[in-house]
Design a protein around this ligand. Structure first.
Ligand code: SAH
Length: 260
């Protein structure tokens, strides 16, 4: 049993062109593909070779998924588990890898473009800006999965850095409460991107801490959305910007000598 390798491949945020070349090549030689149909664009399976077994994990339990992967690794060299965005973020990666390890099935991971990055790209935003913030936190608010001690949004928001809040579009009241508890003002800029990068389906909502919940309600956005709170939002329109030291003419680094 277990001659093939199970590859956990990040499918990217939705646009099928945003999978990596490595991920696409693995799909093109896969004997079996299990994809997360609720979030992964089915178009990504279009590169699969004829005869490839393709299944949607939407209605499977974790046990059924690992059994499926183990069974197919016994008959194919390359089995692909296609996950949304990057497999390392909120993807039940370890829960699926452990039974494969126990069954002696080799496992490898191919990273993907996370929806956090696709959301920044959609809105032409930077999560870091010199002298504004140099830190980005990927988090969520508590839903059915409890938040570990010290990780509630109010604690994290106290850093005043960029917050990419996953899995929380239906919990905007909690997002708002956490940011307020940390002292973020009513006019703190907020960004919500729904279906970032999905051709023809992407929607961008810009607002403030005081307005974003109602704006999302009005826009009918209730799923697949990234919530971003950051002191960098809207910087494209700022008249004054502290330039990165990396491009400062007076700053010598590995690739360039200072000119002033
Ligand atoms: N591993 C994924 C995240 C999976 S959790 C990644 O790296 O992106 C699912 C959550 O990701 C959703 O609730 C939503 O917050 C976010 N998400 C996934 N795809 C998205 C997209 N195309 N646009 C905006 N948010 C998305």
């Amino acid at each position: 049993m277990g001659v093939g390798t199970v590859w956990f491949v990040g499918a990217g945020p939705g646009d099928p062109d945003l999978i990596t070349v490595k991920g696409r090549d693995l799909i093109a030689r896969a004997g079996a593909i299990l994809f997360a149909g609720s979030l992964v664009n089915v178009a990504a399976t279009g590169w699969a070779p004829p005869g490839c077994l393709i299944a949607d994990s939407k209605d499977m339990t974790l046990e059924q998924m690992s059994a499926w992967l183990i069974a197919n690794a016994a008959r194919c060299d390359t089995v692909v588990r296609l996950q949304t965005g990057d497999p390392a973020l909120y993807g039940a990666l370890i829960e699926l890898v452990q039974p494969l390890d126990a069954a002696g099935v080799p496992v490898a991971v191919v990273p993907g473009v996370s929806s956090a990055m696709a959301s920044a790209a959609a809105a032409v935003e930077s999560f870091t800006l010199p002298e504004v913030t140099q830190t980005t936190i990927f988090t969520r608010v508590e839903g059915r999965t409890p938040m570990p001690d010290g990780e509630d949004l109010a604690n994290l928001a106290a850093h005043r850095c960029t917050l990419c809040i996953f899995l929380s579009i239906t919990l905007l009241h909690k997002v708002e409460a956490g940011l307020r508890e940390a002292g973020w003002p009513d006019d703190a800029p907020m960004l919500v991107v729904h279906k970032a990068s999905w051709p023809g389906e992407e929607r961008i909502v810009r607002g403030t801490l005081a307005t974003i919940k109602q704006q999302c309600r009005d826009a009918g956005i209730v799923s697949q959305a990234m919530v971003i709170a950051s002191p960098t939002l809207g910087a494209r329109q700022w008249p004054e910007l502290t330039k990165s030291r990396l491009y400062d003419p007076g700053f010598t680094h590995r690739f360039r000598k200072a000119t002033t």
